[in-house]
Each structure stands twice: as C-alpha cells, then as structure tokens.
Design a protein around this ligand. Structure first.
Ligand code: GUN
Ligand code: ZN
Length: 428
C-alpha cells in the first residue's frame, strides 16, 4: 500500500469560524501530519502519532511550513487570463472593450486549450487546486478546460457561458442552442472523474427571458448540476437590468422567475442587494461568491460579508480573474480583509483561510470532499512557507501564535509563499 506522510504545521477547521467564533473552530498543530492514500486524505493528526502508526509511509517533511487544504477559487473566468489587468473601465465598458474581444477567440480549440493549460498552471503555482470557471459561448472552450483539468487530476467546475443578446455577433447563441449545447456538455462531463458542470447564463443583461427560461428548464432536468451567474455587481448594471426586465421585482427576481434560483445556485458579487433579495437567498440556501480584488479593480463596491454571513447565507471566495486583478487566493484574502476594514468589520485570519478553502468548498456543495484536511477528502493540499520573503520573514519570526505567523503571508504573500502543491494525492 502506497502511503505518503506529509509533515509540517497543520491548520484545519471543525466548524465555520463565522458561526461559533474562530477559536473553537480551529484545529492547529505545530507538529502535525497528513496521511495520504489512494489520492485521498487518510488521516490528519500529530506527526509523532502518525509516524508510529504508519512506519512504512513515504515521509515528506515540510518543516515549519503550513499544510493547508488547496485553495478553492469559487468564481473565475479562465478565458479572461489573456486580458487581466486591463485599464480604466467599469463593468459594461470593460466587458465590451476588453472581455468580449478576447472571449471571441475561444472558438479555436487549440487556443482554448492553451489558455486553459496556462490558467490552471498559474492557479496551481498559487496553491489553488479547484476553480469554478466560466468558459465562453463556444462548447470547445468547455471541453478544453475540462480536458486540461483532467490531465492534471484537478476537480473543477465549469460551464458554457450563455448569451443571446447585448453581446457582439460571434459571441451570441440562442435560447435553443444554449440549452442543447449545455445539455450535451453536462452529459459528457458532469461527474466524469472530478468534473462538475455548472449551467452558466452569464448574467441577466446578456440573456433574453426565453434563454433564462431554457436554462431554468435544463437545471430542473439536471438538479444535481450547479448553476453559476452574476448578481448585483454595479449600480449601473442594476439600473440596466431594471430597464430590461420591467416586471421583475429586483435583479434576483430575473433569475427566480425563470427557475434559476436554488440551493445549488452560485451568484457572483452580490454587492448591492435589496432586502427581498437577501431574504430569498437566505430562504433558498443559495450561495454568493465574494470577489474582492474584482470589486475594487472594476470599482463595484464593498461586499457585506458580516451582514450576509449573519443571515446564514453561504459565501465563497474567488478571484474573478480577469475582472479580478490576481490569480492568488492570498491576495484575494488580503483584499477581503481590506474590504472588511472599509466596512468596519475586519475578518480574522481564521475566517479568511476558511473562506478560501472550506467556505468556498461548501458554496460549491463540495464540503468534505475538498477544502478540508478531514479524512476522506481529496488530497488536494497547499503547503505555505510563512517566511517566503525578507519582509514577511522579519514579521513572522516575531509571531506569538499561528495567526500572527500566517497573517503577514495573507497580506503580503504571493506565489513565492507556495512551497508545494498536491493534487489528488500527488505533488505537482
Ligand atoms: N458580469 C457579467 N460578465 C462578467 C464578467 O465577465 N466579469 C465580471 N466581473 N462581471 C461580469
Ligand atoms: Zn465573473
């Protein structure tokens, strides 16, 4: 039996650190170990105990480095890797000027595969082992992403981004083709290996009511799939939605009316919400995905983490590249912290790390499978060097506890802090 034993500091969670307080939720060991067998975590515990119990396991000693679950990026656009960091526009102009021209290129399977490979390699270098990605309207773009992930043993979520209006010629499908192409893709990929399909209407402004209806019918027929879209990101976007859907009660209602509100729904951004929208999200158990570097980069607004968590709404954390300005979930946690500060509700490092791992995993309905060091989960791991640069090292050496040791890496770290990454029980 091939067993691998990873030694280092370990950090995991027994509960949501927003719910009962981070102290009780956290499991930290300064001399911990993770036992990996057949691609899964077989045990997590004290190094001395696991060494004694598994003397034949192959040992990799990461010293003082911190063994975490791999990061889970719950909302991103792999087709926007090529135009990340495009200057000076707000959402709708940004889409038209930068995003749509780039997404147009993904009808070419070779280009799509190249960008999928590139994006997944950048993600892995940053310690991200699962991504939920929008693709483009081209079915080829979905196939390319799932194939690239499968080649790396990664569990990913993806779907064909559907648009049948307010997008340029060449980037529009129809209600019928969106339904039929998505159906063929989900039948091919959902549940194949570690792949999960998400039905993906881009956002209400780029779908007719007929297309939203067709997507809702598809989700009703395949309720085990996820559904991902965007919600209430910018105020001018919301005003546009009001014009396009004059009978809708609010933005969320444009989805709700068409069968696109449910527990397995993922709503990116969700910044400028009405009380009714918050009530309905809470009642249905739908998840919202916080994309902090995107929200500052495109100038969208300040997400209300404290308020939405207090309502029991599942929240995931995400880069939203290329609207987001970084592939790093460390940088993303730092931005979430800064937005919390601007709202007067700073997040504890335990809450940030939980969001980037288990919180996102739960939002994707993959709790217990990823984003955790619990036995039975996929052995997707990120090992962080907590002294990766001189600036970080001089601070972390003064640390008096694990939080002071890890917070400088959250705030100042990047891919240099990622000492090693394991996917499905193998180092990459
Ligand atoms: N809303 C609709 N499409 C997009 C997108 O690609 N990025 C972001 N940030 N918001 C969107
Ligand atoms: Zn997005």
């Amino acid at each position: 039996m091939n067993e691998q034993l990873l030694l280092g500091q370990t950090l995991g969670f027994g509960a949501d650190p927003f719910a009962g307080g981070w102290q009780a939720a956290t499991r930290h060991s300064a001399h911990g170990a993770v036992l990996v067998r057949d691609g899964r975590i077989a045990a997590t515990g004290e190094a001395s105990d696991l060494r004694r119990a598994h003397p034949r396991a192959t040992v990799t000693d990461y010293g003082d480095a911190l063994i975490l679950p791999g990061f889970v990026d719950a909302h991103m656009h792999y087709a926007q890797t090529g135009m990340i960091a495009s200057w000076g526009k707000r959402l709708i102009d940004w889409l038209n000027s930068y995003t749509f021209p780039e997404e147009m290129r993904f009808g070419d399977p070779a280009y799509a595969r190249g960008q999928a490979d590139l994006t997944l390699d950048i993600a892995l270098a940053n310690g991200t082992t699962t991504l939920a990605s929008f693709c483009t309207i081209h079915p080829e773009s979905v196939t390319a992403f799932f194939e690239a992930a499968e080649a790396r043993g990664m569990g990913v979520v993806a779907g064909k981004t559907c648009m049948d209006r307010n997008a340029p010629e060449g980037l529009r499908d129809t209600a019928r083709t969106a339904h039929d192409d998505s159906k063929a893709l989900l039948e091919a990929w959902h549940g194949r290996g570690r792949a999960t399909y998400a039905i993906t209407p881009r956002f209400s402004p780029t779908s007719t009511p007929e297309q939203l209806e067709a997507m809702g019918a598809l989700w009703a027929a395949h309720p085990d799939c996820l559904m991902q879209t965007h919600l209430s990101e910018q105020t001018d976007e919301i005003a546009w939605v009001r014009d396009l859907f004059p009978t809708a009660r609010d933005y969320l209602d444009t989805y709700e009316k068409h069968g696109l509100l449910g527990e397995r729904g993922l709503y990116g951004h969700a910044i400028h919400l009405e009380p009714r929208e918050i009530d309905r999200l809470a009642e249905t158990g739908a998840a919202v995905i916080h994309c902090p570097t995107s929200n500052t980069f495109i100038g969208s607004g300040l997400f209300d983490m404290a308020g939405l968590k207090a309502r029991g709404i599942p929240v995931g954390l995400a880069t939203d590249t290329g609207g987001g300005s970084s592939f790093s979930m460390l940088r993303t946690m730092a931005a979430a912290y800064e937005i919390g500060q601007l709202r007067g509700t700073p997040l504890h490092p335990a809450q940030l790390l939980w969001l980037a791992t288990e919180g996102s995993a739960r939002a994707l309905h993959m709790g217990g499978q990823i984003g955790t060091l619990t036995p039975g989960a996929h052995a997707d791991l990120c090992i962080l060097d907590l002294a990766s640069t001189p600036a970080i090292a001089q601070r972390s050496t003064r640390a008096e506890d694990i939080w002071e040791a890890v917070f400088p890496t959250i705030m100042m770290g990047d891919d240099r802090a990622v000492r090693a990454v394991w996917v499905s029980g193998r180092p990459v």
